[in-house]
Design a protein around this ligand. Structure first.
Ligand code: CTP
Ligand code: MG
Length: 376
């Protein structure tokens, strides 16, 4: 059994306001269709993906990777038919036909439709109508309609491949969806419970709703960092990028900036990328006396390259002396500058340990930090 997803994306999106068709427009960090494809990729039941596109949209679809591209037809049915014909003879036994414009489709719904095909030749998601239904004309209600037994149809609509291909080839008119054609060909269609979030982006306002739905599934990561450096001879300590006069210095291989190290490790931690020692081994002489901003910039760059934005940083320095309060604001702005963040997302604060432990005895300074990374 081989299952293909057939995503139709050849429409013009007139109701969404014309211009660039809706499937190619930006939504929550990528394009509408990129979300749609990502959800099918995330499903274990999908073996391959076909995307039906319009020739004229080449600048948009030529960046798609890992999908088979097929030219669309004059209407939705024509586009589906072209996709089915392209799959003919490929060994595909089941197909899940989906609107590119349904970018918020839950992976669980894709799987539920596919599972229903074990017992039925056709299955599709339907959402029971819950609002009262009217008919109307000229802004006036002209009648009421019993909603009992009515469903709003969604996609993906799943079919045994040969059955839906025959239904399409036998069809003598364009249909609103593939369930209509399947039924015309005598195929029973099982209803799978639809999902309220599975909206079809149709009008400009739908982008806002889709944004909210997709925003809720943002990948949010947290990392923590902890570091300690011992006092030694010197006349200042470097903390969060700022030289603070003191009667001793901090010992370490680099500039021993314990605050910046804890923040750097928090970012590496959120990315599950180890710690500073992994990326800048202390055994390597080139990092001797290094400005720790090099380490921090590297961690920030790794986060950016992995598609994350650093949402906020909170760093706590733990020492009795030097007093941090008078320097905290400049530390905050220096850290924000190095990380390319706004200052209101970077916190630098300090505490004593009530003269207890090694920080209390003035043997060294400790720092801990938390970083939150988000990927839209
Ligand atoms: N579709 C298609 N080929 C067509 C028409 C529509 O592949 N000739 C696709 C659309 O790209 C969309 C899905 O079918 O993903 C559902 O159609 P609809 O929401 O009506 O999209 P559009 O036809 O693009 O929008 P509109 O009707 O507002 O112009
Ligand atoms: Mg349309």
């Amino acid at each position: 059994m081989t299952t293909a997803a057939l995503i139709v994306a050849a429409g013009r999106g007139e109701r969404a306001g014309g211009g660039t068709p809706k499937q190619w427009r930006p939504l929550a960090g990528k394009r509408v269709i990129d979300h749609t494809i990502a959800h099918f990729r995330a499903s274990d039941v999908v073996d391959s993906i076909v995307v039906v596109v319009s020739d004229g949209d080449r600048p948009h679809w030529e960046t798609l990777e890992g999908v088979q591209l097929v030219t669309g037809g004059a209407d939705r049915s024509g586009s589906v038919r072209n996709g089915l014909l392209a799959l003919q003879g490929s060994g595909v036994t089941r197909v899940l036909i989906h609107d590119a414009a349904r970018a918020c489709v839950p992976v669980a719904l894709i799987n539920a439709v596919a599972t229903a095909l074990d017992a039925h030749p056709a299955a599709a998601p339907g959402l029971p109508v819950t609002d009262a239904l009217w008919s109307g004309a000229d802004n006036t209600v002209t009648g009421t309609q019993d909603r009992n037994g009515l469903f709003a149809a969604q996609t993906p609509q799943g079919f045994h491949f040969d059955a839906i291909l025959s239904a399409h080839l036998a069809a003598d008119h364009a249909a609103a969806d593939d369930v209509e054609l399947a039924r015309a060909a005598g195929l029973p269609v099982a209803i799978v419970p639809g999902a309220a979030d599975n909206l079809k982006i149709t009008s400009p306002e739908d982008f806002d709703r889709a944004n909210r739905i997709l925003g809720a599934e943002m990948d949010i990561r947290t990392g923590t960092g902890f570091d300690v450096h011992r006092f030694g001879p010197g006349d200042h300590v470097t903390l969060c990028g700022v030289a603070v006069p003191h009667d001793r210095g901090l010992q370490g291989h680099s500039d021993a900036d314990v605050g910046m190290h804890s923040v750097t490790d928090a970012i590496y931690g959120a990315l599950a990328q180890g710690d500073i020692g992994r990326h800048f081994p202390p055994s390597d002489p080139q990092w001797k006396g290094a400005d720790s901003a090099v380490f921090l910039r590297h961690a920030v760059e790794m986060a950016t390259n992995a598609g994350y934005r650093i949402s906020n940083i909170d760093c706590t320095l733990i020492c009795e002396f030097p007093k941090i309060g008078p320097h905290a604001a400049v530390m905050q702005s220096r850290m924000a500058e190095i990380m390319g963040m706004s200052q209101d997302r970077v916190s630098v604060k300090a505490t004593t340990s009530e003269k207890l432990g090694f920080t209390g005895r003035g043997e060294g300074i400790a720092a801990q930090a938390v970083a939150t990374l988000v990927q839209p």
